[in-house]
Write a protein that binds this ligand. Structure first.
Ligand code: PMP
Length: 411
């Protein structure tokens, strides 16, 4: 474990509180939503206690302060993902909204009958259904990259799908079910060779590994604040400036206009064009604080801790009788997300029995129904870890799985 893990855990008050039944919480559900450090919680209180008001409107001092802070948060996001301009950062309500925004505005403007979008079956529904919907609307076709038996993208098959008809490749940086890390940079290069764009769903990847949209040639990137140790209700859509400038608005209303007349309206420049209405103000500012926290901790520490945890979890889980882990077994190809089933046990029963021991995991299809169909299962249990977890917590999980097996008369 990294040396300062105890002090890191102290940054997250919820990790040190007791559950309603008095048990100690073992939080293994950060893939669904991560916990927040005290600095983020304090920032939200500070805003509401001292200077909350609307942004980009009043000339009063509060409006001025909050607007300055929100724009500073935008600049932090820009630096965090290596974007060239702050206006390439659009604040949304989350990854889902970011993908819908991009799919709708780009799709209606650039997608025509016969064009192709490349997807794959490991995508979260958020990076699947919006593309399916716009393809249907525009008479475009979806093509699916085959998965290898261990749950990676078959790159040779990907290359064979690319053609002058390909207009968009939508891919997750990291699978929220298999933990697979996808080779986004290489995929982007190949997409660009045929004139296509790449959309990266960074909901799971941006918190585990550094991203640089310029070096990786990413055209669009989406992620959520709540998985990045920030507030819920805030997300980001990054788009290359030249690309965003070609796109019409998605939502209409206040803030996104240049002029409004009775018979026509014109649009504001980016990013305001895509930020209709009052944004999630405190959430956007506190996302900046979360990014500061992650940056200060550093990806070296985050990755070192997650690698050690993954190594330990993989080894221990594999020793549980009847347990099958999905996704790549090589640590280099996966993040700290482990979905599994135990032969003879229903995932919901397992999750319920784990909860009796204070362990929070997720069960179900994890918004990846096509992937579960591909795996020929209806549901699984998912333990998703991050840098604030410990090997002791994995031991608690393993003991609790043994307890569950006994309760379910599998042992
Ligand atoms: N993509 C992936 C890979 C995810 O894990 C999630 C969240 N589970 C989403 C998209 C959707 O994120 P949100 O619910 O924050 O919009």
């Amino acid at each position: 474990m990294v040396a300062n893990i105890t002090s890191i855990r102290h940054d997250f008050p919820i990790l040190n509180t007791k559950l309603p039944n008095g048990q100690h919480l073992v939080y293994l559900d950060s893939g669904a939503s991560a916990q927040r450090p005290q600095v983020v919680i304090d920032k939200i209180s500070e805003i509401y206690e001292h200077y909350y008001s609307n942004v980009h409107r009043g000339v009063h001092q509060l409006g001025d302060r909050v607007t300055t802070e929100m724009e500073a948060a935008r600049a932090r996001v820009q630096t965090f993902i290596g974007a060239s301009y702050p206006e390439e950062i659009i604040f949304t309500s989350g990854t889902t909204m970011s993908i819908n925004l991009a799919a709708q505005t780009w799709g209606r403007h650039h997608l025509n009958a016969g064009d192709e979008i490349i997807l794959n079956e490991m995508e979260h529904h958020a990076n699947f259904v919006p593309w399916q919907a716009i393809a249907k609307e525009r008479n475009a076709t979806l093509k699916f990259i085959q998965l290898t038996p261990d749950g990676r993208l078959d790159l040779e098959h990907y290359h064979s799908l690319l053609s002058s008809k390909t207009k968009m490749v939508a891919v997750t940086g990291m699978s929220n079910m298999l933990g697979t890390i996808n080779p986004v940079e290489e995929m982007a290069q190949r997409a660009h060779e045929v004139g296509a764009l790449i959309f990266v769903d960074g909901a799971q990847s941006v918190l585990h590994q550094p991203v640089n949209v310029i070096e990786s040639e990413i055209d669009f990137l989406a992620f959520s604040g709540h998985k990045l140790f920030g507030p819920s209700g805030i997300g980001v859509l990054y788009g290359r400036k030249a690309l965003l400038e070609t796109l019409p608005p998605f939502l209409f209303g206040g803030n996104m206009i240049s002029e409004v007349h009775c018979d026509h309206s014109s649009w504001a420049n980016i990013p305001a064009r895509f930020e209709a209405g009052t944004p999630p103000i405190a959430e956007a500012i506190a996302l900046g604080t979360a990014i500061d926290y992650v940056s200060q901790l550093g990806f070296d520490t985050i990755q070192e801790q997650e690698y050690l945890l993954s190594q330990y979890a993989l080894q221990k889980l594999q020793e549980v009788p009847g347990l099958q882990i999905y996704g790549p077994q090589e640590l280099e190809m996966r993040g700290a997300i482990f979905s599994f089933n135990i032969e003879g046990a229903h995932p919901e029963d397992l999750a319920t029995l784990l909860d009796r021991k204070g362990i929070a995991v997720r069960h179900g299809h994890h918004c990846t129904m096509p992937l579960h169909q591909w795996l020929n299962i209806t549901a699984s249990v998912r333990a998703s870890l991050t840098f604030y977890n410990t090997t002791e917590e994995i031991d608690v999980l393993i003991d609790a799985l043994e307890f569950a097996r006994k309760r379910l008369r599998l042992a």
